[in-house]
Design a protein around this ligand. Structure first.
Ligand code: SAM
Length: 250
């Protein structure tokens, strides 16, 4: 069989495409794309003439078979999404899984990914993090989801649509508390790129006061939960007793 390449494309700045991505996109027989019109512009920009076929959320399960039969007949196929890395809050999971199940080799061609770009410049702990994807659109479900990670100690990363940003930030402030540190990473790699770190209370006020912050694409990062001072460490009383005992030791 052929190979399925899972190819990352830019999240804004076209210079972020990799040399390997261009080579693969040029050499495969077919490119499976989330939105063929959108991707046609990208390919045109780089002078790539490989045929495109739609592979989006609604047809992925049924039409996946079409890509699979091309792969099984020995052709190489590339999977791309509208921006960044496929499968990261984007379609492709079913295709990747069925390709693997059919014995097709699946090869990642890494590149831009909004959550990683945001985390790399946010200034929040990055050794452990939890990617939460998009929050539910309905307020009650959204709050429920946030409650579920209230005491998560890893840095939390959310994708958000601009028209829901303020609502979500306000729910985060309600659930995590206004003191919790957060970072809004907006329009990464683009002209109006903004990284703003502040407490959730400050961030809510800042976004509410500036409609420009409610435009474009954004990632919200929230510092992990920290146990209240003293709770997880040795209590002050224990330290006092230890000091008294130490003073008595020969
Ligand atoms: N697959 C993509 C990736 O690798 O990041 C993500 C696709 S998801 C449908 C789109 C979401 O990613 C946006 O709503 C936003 O939260 C985030 N995003 C994409 N591009 C971005 C950018 N340039 N700046 C900030 N966030 C971005």
């Amino acid at each position: 069989p052929g190979t399925l390449y899972v190819v990352a494309t830019p999240i804004g700045n076209l210079d972020d495409i990799t040399a390997r991505a261009l080579k693969v996109l040029r050499e495969v027989s077919l490119i499976a794309a989330e939105d063929t019109r959108h991707s046609a512009r990208l390919l045109q920009h780089f002078g790539i003439e490989t045929p495109l076929a739609a592979c989006h959320e609604h047809n992925e399960r049924d039409h996946g078979g079409r890509f699979l039969s091309r792969l099984l007949s020995g052709e190489n196929v590339a999977l791309i999404s509208d921006a960044g890395t496929p499968l990261i809050s984007d379609p492709g999971f079913h295709l990747v899984r069925s390709a693997q199940a059919a014995g097709v080799r699946v090869v990642p061609v890494p590149g831009a990914c909004a959550l990683i770009a945001a985390l790399s410049a946010a200034g929040l702990p990055s050794d452990r993090f939890s990617f939460e994807g998009f929050l539910p659109a309905k307020a009650s479900a959204r709050r429920g989801r946030l409650e579920g990670v209230r005491e998560e100690s890893r840095t939390l990363i959310f994708y958000e649509a601009p028209h829901r940003l303020l609502e979500s930030l306000e729910d985060m402030r309600g659930v995590f508390g206004g003191e919790r540190q957060a970072v809004l990473a907006r329009e990464l790699t683009k002209t109006f790129e903004t990284l703003k770190g502040a407490s959730l209370a400050e961030l809510c006020a800042w976004v509410a006061a500036d409609a420009n912050q409610q435009r474009g694409e954004c990632v919200v990062l929230v510092g992990g939960w920290q146990p209240p001072e003293g709770e997880d460490s040795v209590s002050a009383e224990a330290v006092r007793v230890l000091e008294l005992l130490l003073a008595e030791m020969p």
